[in-house]
Write a protein that binds this ligand. Structure first.
Ligand SMILES: NC(=O)c1ccc[n+]([C@@H]2O[C@H](COP(=O)([O-])OP(=O)(O)OC[C@H]3O[C@@H](n4cnc5c(N)ncnc54)[C@H](O)[C@@H]3O)[C@@H](O)[C@H]2O)c1
Length: 334
């Protein structure tokens, strides 16, 4: 992965802070920065969802630091931001169902934690603060493709928390001049994404079931669609968002997706074919808070960030299933 760099700037003298860097997307950003010789890479993560194994290869590197801390603590954020040039803020509690069960916990990490980080970043005068938002902010809007300027009402506490992030980022940019870039991710998948735990995402759940020879659940009729995006494309977006010098690039939010719509049924049958399985899925009731269809217009990210997703869904699935087989099983046939 990451065979070609997404940056042209010299990063050997810069310090990067990746919050949530032991998690799925964050650890992939860390791997990219370490591969390309970043001056210093710091990870701030409380390991509530992330895994130390995701950053294990870097723990003894002289340009790497791991801070085991919580973003809901303002002082921790302040210390982590000292001397940092660029921040990629990934730490948050993901999952719509979790936010419906424990909204206060989601708020503490996703809103209080976000504001602590944004404030610490402003005070430390970082060059740019890039943060993970979510396609969930489109809420009840049925318009397709999703265009950044047209959102609906949020459908869950998780969606509300990400929307609040965008509002605060705008307010801080306006009042304090901090350069912020929001990235609305659409269903990211790839290596380091967890298949375990009650809030696992659909692709790792399917892969886990297929590798174990079990029938996975599909919520509803499976004809709901998503814009599945390989994690390397999301890493590209983060790197380009840190460095884009296109006038007006900072201070905006961008859709980060591949720009293609896949139904859950199509996804499952593709994975089934890759693995060479003959197991059929088990259909069950549709889930509360889920949107029916999702597809992103990514032209704004292309124009302002130079974002150009290179890895197709199919290629991403091939890479991911190999990674899953190595880490969680050995039943992949190719
Ligand atoms: N994966 C997706 O498809 C997707 C889609 C939309 C948005 N996002 C957003 O992207 C970001 C990264 O998501 P991910 O899929 O890598 O999730 P993840 O759970 O793998 O990573 C999040 C990381 O943040 C850490 N964390 C959580 N709360 C923390 C706290 N209070 N203090 C310190 N660390 C904390 C976790 O331990 C974890 O390592 C999140 O903000 C998520 O909401 C992800």
């Amino acid at each position: 992965m990451y065979e070609t760099p997404f940056h042209t700037d010299d990063i050997s003298g810069s310090t990067f802070l990746i919050t949530g860097g032991a998690g799925f997307v964050g650890s992939n950003i860390v791997a990219y920065l370490m591969k390309y010789g970043a001056g210093k890479v710091c990870v701030l993560d409380n390991l509530c969802e992330g895994k130390i194994q995701n950053i294990e290869p870097f723990l003894n590197e002289p340009n790497f630091e791991f801070i085991n801390g919580d973003i809901s603590n303002a002082e921790t954020c302040k210390q982590a931001c000292a001397g940092v040039d660029y921040i990629s803020h990934q730490a948050a509690l993901g999952s719509v169902p979790r936010s419906l069960e424990t909204p206060l916990l989601t708020n503490e990490a996703n809103v209080t934690g976000f504001l602590n980080m944004l404030t610490a970043a402003k005070d430390a005068k970082v060059k740019r603060f890039v943060y993970a938002s979510s396609s969930s902010v489109y809420g009840d809007s049925l318009k397709l493709p999703k265009v950044e300027e047209h959102i609906g009402d949020p459908l869950s506490p998780y969606a509300a928390s990400k929307f609040v992030n965008e509002v605060y980022a705008g307010v801080y940019a306006l009042n304090y001049g901090i350069e912020v870039v929001g990235l609305r991710y659409f269903n990211i998948f790839g290596p380091n994404q967890k298949p375990d735990g009650p809030y696992a995402a659909v692709i790792p759940l399917f892969m886990d079931a297929l590798l174990k020879g079990k029938s996975p659940f599909i919520n509803g009729d499976g004809e709901q669609s998503r814009d599945f995006t390989f994690v390397e494309n999301a890493v590209q977006a983060n790197i380009r968002a840190m460095f884009s010098q296109v006038p007006g690039a900072a201070g905006k939010v961008y859709n980060i997706a591949f720009g293609e719509r896949t139904t859950i049924n199509q996804l499952y049958f593709t994975l089934k074919e890759i693995v060479g399985s003959n197991i059929d899925p088990t259909y069950r009731e549709a889930r509360k808070g889920d949107v029916r269809d999702s597809l992103a217009d990514i032209s704004k990210a292309r124009a302002y960030l130079g974002y150009d997703p290179k890895v197709s869904i199919r290629d991403g699935l091939d890479i991911t299933i190999k990674w899953f087989a190595e880490h969680y099983g050995n039943q992949v046939t190719q």
